[in-house]
Design a protein around this ligand. Structure first.
Ligand code: SF4
Ligand code: SF4
Length: 443
């Protein structure tokens, strides 16, 4: 029986790791659909960003209460999973609490710490469920979350509650069996939380307690392995991707917009040819101006999309959204991710090449109305706790609309015409402006 359990356990772990690895490879392939962008300068600053923003969750602390609750869940998730090492070794070797005799008195302290974290995770997840579903915090209930995104968030919170409860239940049954001298349960000192819950199980028979402990153990590890498989399909991928995403953040000044080099060169040829780069004769084929689809964006835009936690802090800070416009920067990130996933599936279904499906990110996912509503204020970039830049995507899509489709409102067209003809957004020529300034000086 023990050998069957060991084999079953090894097969389960193997299948989960295989499935997770397969999906991770797909995600990496999808991110590589984007254009190149070099973001490796100044590594010192990048490590600092990663330590402060991803590990230290610096931006979360603008709102301390949700930040502290999130910290419990995050720390609990990372630290309690150290326990998984023991569970996996126990499962493979057919042992029980393998580390207990090895680290002696430290063992119950370690498990006690895990239990405290488990209780904090449990309480935090219940509060998060209440905020989403009972208090209905606005940013957690906007319409872009309808359907799968809302279910995804709730499912994972409920799973955390169940996993933490199983962990405590398993330890409580274990302690009662230890106190009865059951030979399969090595004696340890009491654990900090389950030690206070043993009264609940004291009237149960040994057989029932072993069943509770084994069911708790198996469901806990199955839950963890299921979470591993589920992670790449979920917004919870940010647990992993927040780290590379903050490392690769753009380090340019806030609000600085990158000029389009092709356009800048054209202007130089026209206005200051002496500063323009000499034509080389082997110029690369012209890429599209701006971005029409996800493969026109950079790989960092696509990594951003996979890193989005769907928390809605960007949307809550967006003045366009606050004033009732259709734009939601969170939706921009979700649409980019959805389109990227769609493209990836298309590539898989067509033997490794993308077959035109007649859809594009601009128009089919993100509408002109959304793109035009952005004021480029950067509030979304500032608000994002994992270093995502929705504005960068918006600007690239908008550049495509204007430069490739001439798709801009009449007011903008007038301004573009003025800039082209008068070198200023106004309808007056430079000579007329100089004349006006001279008249003002002489007045
Ligand atoms: S930059 Fe655009 S999308 Fe971002 S907050 Fe400002 S208006 Fe909203
Ligand atoms: S872009 Fe950032 S702030 Fe906006 S929903 Fe995603 S993670 Fe949250």
């Amino acid at each position: 029986m023990q050998v069957v359990q060991q084999i079953l356990f090894i097969v389960l772990v193997g299948v989960a790791v295989w499935f997770f690895t397969k999906k991770v490879k797909e995600i990496m392939r999808n991110i590589k659909l984007g254009r190149d962008e070099d973001l490796t300068d100044n590594p010192g600053e990048r490590w600092k960003n990663m330590a402060l923003i991803a590990l230290g969750q610096k931006k979360m602390f603008k709102k301390p209460i949700p930040a502290i609750l999130h910290l419990f869940v995050y720390a609990g998730f990372v630290i309690i999973n150290i326990e998984i090492i023991e569970i996996i070794l126990d499962g493979v070797l057919g042992q029980h609490r393998l580390f207990a005799p090895l680290i002696g008195g430290l063992y119950p302290i370690l498990i006690g710490c895990f239990e405290v974290l488990a209780a904090l995770v449990l309480i935090s997840c219940v509060i998060f469920l209440i905020r989403r579903n009972v208090l209905k915090v606005r940013r957690l209930n906007l319409k872009e979350l309808n359907g799968w995104p809302r279910n995804d968030a709730n499912l994972i919170l409920i799973t955390e509650v169940v996993l933490m409860s199983l962990f405590l239940m398993m330890n409580t049954a274990d302690l009662v069996l230890q106190s009865r001298g059951n030979p399969h349960y090595p004696v340890t000192d009491s654990f900090w939380i389950s030690g206070n819950l043993t009264g609940m199980f004291s009237g149960l028979s040994d057989g029932t307690l072993v069943a509770i402990e084994r069911i708790g153990w198996w469901l806990h590890i199955i839950g963890v392995l299921a979470f591993l498989c589920y992670l790449p399909f979920s917004k919870h991928l940010h647990i992993v991707l927040a780290f590379p995403n903050t490392w690769y953040m753009r380090l340019t000044q806030k609000g600085e917009m990158k000029n389009m080099q092709e356009i800048q060169n054209e202007v130089l040829y026209m206005m200051q040819p002496e500063l323009a780069p000499a034509p080389t004769g082997d110029q690369p084929a012209q890429q599209r101006f701006g971005a029409k689809d996800v493969n026109d964006l950079s790989w960092k835009n696509l990594l951003d999309a996979y890193s989005c936690t769907e928390c809605g802090r960007c949307t809550a800070a967006c003045p366009a959204n606050q004033t009732g416009k259709k734009l939601s920067p969170r939706k921009i990130m979700m649409d980019t991710r959805d389109r990227m996933e769609e493209m990836g599936k298309n590539i898989d279904a067509n033997g490794g090449t993308f077959a035109d499906d007649g859809k594009t990110l601009a128009h089919d996912y993100i509408t002109v109305e959304e793109l035009r509503a952005c004021t480029t204020c950067q509030a979304c970039v500032e608000a994002c706790p994992v270093g995502i830049d929705p504005l960068n995507i918006i600007v690239q899509l908008r550049r495509y609309l204007v430069m490739e489709e001439s798709n801009s409102p009449q007011e903008w067209n007038l301004m573009f015409g003025n800039i082209e003809n008068n070198m200023a957004p106004w309808k007056f020529s430079p000579d007329e402006r100089d004349k006006w300034a001279e008249e003002m000086n002489n007045a």
